[in-house]
Design a protein around this ligand. Structure first.
Ligand code: NAD
Ligand code: GLY
Length: 362
């Protein structure tokens, strides 16, 4: 098992990474304020893992309530969030009940937001079951639901007490979801860790074959990068924004086509190519480097072009990005591969041309 820490003073917490680590109930006990938890999962993950997980906790004397949400990005909304509150209030859960998210990023983001709000703040634990959630969404305390006009527009910064990234869950993950997770893994290499990018390129086949030790290394390096950035800027006042490489374009794709049609990681991959095309236009990266990244995404089973719903619609949707300040777009671009930069003075004509160059059929 690998252990690292997200250093946030009194709100610091560990991330445990390894095979089978969520089957050890004793490991959870130090993080519970009282022996009562509400496990939030969804209709895909619950039939696979919920009973076993509940059994583990009950075996250690923990009282377990379960809450099963419908599956999918399109349910990351108020009505579904309210199901969590209905269950908590309906069973008289106290503020010290720990909410545990057992699922991918959607379950994790919603459970975290519910915990932030329930009785003004209940403790919560992340047990991420997708690669994307293990390398990104379970760490750092961003919690949210979507608004019909924009991704993750309603939410809170609220840190978990601990993250258990149990790699055994990845055995049942569909290949398309594995690829989506790799988009965020590749992101860390692009924004701040060139040696990691080289490692991903060299080990991609093994990662796609779900080699356990390679996956564990990819999760560890991703979490090390994320923990360092979050530790430096928890509330995204500055450097944390680099974790959003490709996301301003990507969120526009997810909202533009309708939540759930493009996976988050797929939209991030196509959005990253747009950001890199813009970085190339600005003379920061050269065409060979752009091709290198596109090739890596393609090998990972990810798209390198976005859907064509018109450049104007992209720009409209991008105005709902949380990085917009005084109606001005702020974009994460690359000065070079391995070095991200935040730009708020890019010409809209350049942004439009970059979008136009990267939409339509592959
Ligand atoms: P997801 O939660 O929808 O999971 C993907 C699919 O895999 C779902 O159908 C899910 O039920 C299923 N699944 C989950 N675990 C499984 C398993 N072990 N075996 C088989 N199927 C399994 O999507 P995701 O990619 O995990 O997360 C995407 C979400 O995360 C988006 O809403 C995105 O906005 C959010 N996100 C948040 C952050 C953050 O910092 N909070 C960062 C990145 C992404
Ligand atoms: N996924 C972006 C962040 O956590 O900041």
């Amino acid at each position: 098992m690998e252990t690292l820490t997200v250093s946030l003073g009194s709100r610091s917490y560990p991330i445990f990474i390894g095979s089978g680590i969520s089957k050890d109930a004793e490991a959870f006990l130090p993080f519970l304020s009282m022996p009562k938890v509400a496990v939030v999962s969804n209709s895909v993950v619950a039939p696979l893992y919920l009973e076993k997980f509940k059994g583990t906790l009950r075996g250690a004397g923990v009282d377990v309530l379960d809450i099963v949400l419908p599956d999918g990005e399109k349910f990351k909304d108020w009505q579904t969030l309210n199901k969590i509150f209905d269950a908590l209030v309906g069973t008289s859960c106290e503020r010290s009940t720990t909410l545990i998210a057992l699922g991918g990023g959607v379950v994790g983001d919603m459970t975290g937001f519910a915990a932030a709000c329930y009785q003004r703040g209940a403790p919560f634990i992340q047990v991420p079951t997708t690669l994307l959630a293990q390398v990104d969404s379970s760490v750092g305390g961003k919690t949210a639901i979507n608004h019909p006009l924009g991704k993750n527009m309603i939410g809170a910064f609220y840190q978990p007490k601990v993250v258990f990234a149990d790699t055994d869950y990845l055995a049942s993950l569909p290949q398309r979801e594995l690829s989506a997770g790799l988009a965020e893994v590749i992101k860390y290499g692009l924004i701040r860790d060139l040696p990691f990018l080289d490692w991903i390129e060299a080990n991609l086949s093994g990662l796609l074959e779900k080699d356990q030790s390679l996956l564990e290394h990819a999760i560890l390096r991703s979490c090390v990068n994320k923990a360092e950035v979050v530790g430096a800027d928890e509330k995204e006042l500055g450097v944390r924004a680099i974790l959003n490489l490709g996301h301003t374009f990507g969120h526009a794709i997810e909202t533009g086509v309708g939540y759930g049609k493009w996976l988050h990681g797929e939209a991030v991959a196509a959005g990253t190519v747009m950001a890199l095309e813009l970085s190339r236009k600005l003379g920061w990266i050269d065409p060979v480097e752009l091709e290198r990244v596109k090739d890596l995404f393609q090998r990972a089973g990810l798209p390198t072009r976005g859907p064509d719903f018109g450049c104007a619609r992209y720009l409209e949707l991008m105005q709902h990005d949380k990085k917009v300040v005084n109606a001005k777009l702020r974009l994460v671009l690359l000065k070079k591969i391995g070095e991200a930069v935040l730009c708020d003075d890019v010409l809209l004509t350049d942004v439009s041309q970059a979008i136009d160059a990267c939409i339509g059929c592959e």
